[in-house]
Write a protein that binds this ligand. Structure first.
Ligand SMILES: Cc1cc2nc3c(=O)[nH]c(=O)nc-3n(C[C@H](O)[C@H](O)[C@H](O)COP(=O)(O)OP(=O)(O)OC[C@H]3O[C@@H](n4cnc5c(N)ncnc54)[C@H](O)[C@@H]3O)c2cc1C
Length: 278
């Protein structure tokens, strides 16, 4: 799985399935459910840690095979394997505003919906019109944004055995120069502030109530702390980065140290944003 996660860690999965149509996704779900087999859903692997010893589960990869993006009027309709950057670029090319914030988030549309990904004051919740998803019963259904329980880095899909197959973003007509200007400005901010030169999963921890994880980690004196090749980034304390050959265990151990020290210093218990498959 290290070839499928942006942390570049993790052992093997029992089987990797890459369906090519939404109905194929539903069929795979039904078959795995009928056989009582455990499965995980993988998007672009940019918010994920997989156990070093591997996972005894099937992985359904919603990626390039399901990555069509089309624009209809003011809507950008994406299959779930499309990258958020592709959705944002399609919006820009059609002078549609509203997805600029998502351009630098390295996830898929499905992963983004599941996590309600957001940045720089925007989140997918603000622009989703509807979501298509496959059920273990073998059906594909549509849900409105309002029903999807989209809150901070959480959605209806976070704890359910469903697979997002498509999403529609409802945008507004805008000025293409202003849209590209905004995307460039945000990309520059990311390059300035984030350690993009190293593998990571972005912010390791969620933003706690009444604070910022990065500030709490820095205040606890943890900048640069490492475990093997896993290291609290010097550039952005909210990121744990893989400086070479870190394992998932190194990253998890470092996360535990960070949680303990931050709790000792501030009384705040950080909660991982990164998902862990074991
Ligand atoms: C450098 C860097 C910067 C980042 N910056 C941001 C940021 O600014 N804002 C932000 O919100 N996040 C950020 N992230 C984290 C990550 O990109 C987002 O959480 C993203 O939404 C994850 O999408 P993914 O496709 O990679 O999902 P994955 O990592 O593959 O999966 C994440 C979760 O979503 C589920 N999932 C994935 N696809 C589907 C699907 N089709 N149906 C149902 N469930 C699915 C998985 O089962 C898992 O639980 C960053 C990551 C990196 C590496």
């Amino acid at each position: 799985m290290k070839d499928y996660t942006t942390f570049k860690t993790g052992g093997t999965a029992r089987v990797l399935i890459e369906p090519e149509t939404p109905m194929a996704v539903a069929k795979v779900l039904r078959t795995l459910t009928e056989r009582g087999e455990k499965y995980y859903v993988l998007g672009n692997g940019s918010n994920l840690l997989v156990a070093d010893e591997g996972i005894d589960a099937a992985v359904i990869h919603i990626g390039r095979n399901l990555s069509e993006v089309r624009v209809e009027g003011e809507s950008v309709i994406c299959q779930a394997g499309a990258l958020l950057s592709a959705a944002a670029n399609a919006a820009y090319k059609n002078s549609l505003t509203g997805l600029e914030f998502a351009q630098g988030i390295p996830g898929s549309v499905g992963g983004g919906v599941c996590m309600n990904a957001g940045a720089y004051g925007g989140e997918l919740k603000d622009v989703i019109d509807w979501i298509d998803y496959a059920l273990p019963s073998g059906e594909v259904c549509r849900m409105d944004c309002d029903t999807a329980d989209l809150t901070y880095r959480h959605s209806f899909f976070s704890d359910k055995p469903y697979v997002v197959t498509a999403a529609c973003f409802k945008l507004k007509k805008g000025d293409s120069d202003a849209i590209s200007g905004k995307m460039k400005e945000l990309a520059e901010k990311r390059r300035d502030k984030q350690p993009l030169e190293y593998p990571s999963a972005g912010s390791t921890f969620k933003r706690p109530v009444g604070g910022f994880a990065a500030a709490l980690i820095e205040d606890a004196g943890l900048k640069g702390t490492s475990c093997g090749d896993a290291c609290v980034s010097e550039k952005h304390s909210g990121f744990i980065v893989n400086k070479g050959n870190a394992t998932t265990s190194d990253i998890l151990n470092l996360m535990e140290t960070v949680k303990e020290k931050v709790f000792e210093k501030s009384g705040i218990m950080l909660e991982p944003e990164v998902k862990f498959w074991k």
